[in-house]
Ligand binder design. Structure first.
Ligand SMILES: Cc1cc2nc3c(=O)[nH]c(=O)nc-3n(C[C@H](O)[C@H](O)[C@H](O)COP(=O)(O)O)c2cc1C
Length: 233
């Protein structure tokens, strides 16, 4: 069967527009801050971050899964890997000042070495925002309940307001590309450690809105990944 690409071509052409779709005043707005956030030192042993699979093995072994072992994961490992992925995004793209920085939110359901709950991560550092009880029933956060059986979930957010002011719809597609690269960067490094994880679209925005203060513009979730110990064979 051949698909008619006409409508898709029109959508893709729309993404080339550099004309801001908003008021172009994003620099005067800020994502909602977290005044009570507690800074966290990733403080991870080097051994924890040493890959057990090289790149070739990681790419050959990697697969998505909805089956997870019940063990906790060292949250410090995830915070470190995510910080490094966001640092690479900042340095490779050089767009934080013009188009906004990426942010990651780690929902640590089963945690070793750090309190479970919600963490915020940027290229500058990590902060603990809330305990597990603040999340409520975690199976209600997303559409697919299987994802909440992972040890945790990392959701990566972009500032679409800034990206749109910078370059209109082109700014949106660059943000989507940056978030995809950072999330796959994290996901593959998680899998290189012998853990598992699956990319997915993310939580229901309204279910986590009060936790991460996402407004769909200055802080908008674009992609997420689960992480967990692999289930027994
Ligand atoms: C952007 C993106 C969003 C996705 N969202 C979901 C999702 O919401 N639910 C799901 O079951 N799979 C989702 N997937 C698919 C899986 O993560 C996975 O890529 C797919 O099942 C292919 O399996 P593989 O990664 O083992 O090759 C998504 C994939 C991508 C790239």
């Amino acid at each position: 069967m051949r698909s008619d690409l006409t409508s898709m071509t029109a959508v893709l052409e729309g993404f080339t527009s550099r004309k801001s779709t908003s008021d172009g005043l994003a620099a005067e707005r800020r994502p909602v801050p977290f005044p009570n956030a507690v800074p966290v030192e990733p403080a991870v042993q080097t051994d924890d971050l040493r890959p057990v699979h090289d790149l070739r093995d990681t790419l050959q072994r990697r697969r998505s899964t909805l089956q997870y072992a019940p063990q906790p994961v060292r949250t410090g490992v995830i915070l470190s890997l995510l910080t490094e992925a966001l640092l690479r995004d900042r340095d490779d793209w050089g767009l934080d000042a013009a188009a906004g920085a990426l942010e990651g939110f780690v929902f640590a359901f089963r945690s070793e070495g750090a309190a479970p709950g919600l963490y915020r991560v940027t290229a500058e550092g990590s902060w603990h925002l809330a305990g597990l009880d603040a999340l409520g029933p975690v199976e209600n956060l997303g559409v697919q309940r299987e994802f909440s059986t992972a040890a945790g979930i990392v959701a990566v957010y972009a500032n679409l307001d800034r990206a749109d002011t910078w370059a209109g719809s082109h700014g949106y597609r660059v943000s989507a590309g940056r978030v995809a690269m950072a999330t796959y960067d994290l996901n593959l490094r998680i899998q290189a450690l012998g853990l598992v994880g699956t990319l997915f679209g993310g939580f229901i925005p309204s279910s986590v809105h009060r936790l991460v203060h996402s407004d769909g513009a200055s802080r908008h979730s674009l992609l997420a990944t689960t992480y967990a110990c692999p289930p027994p064979n």
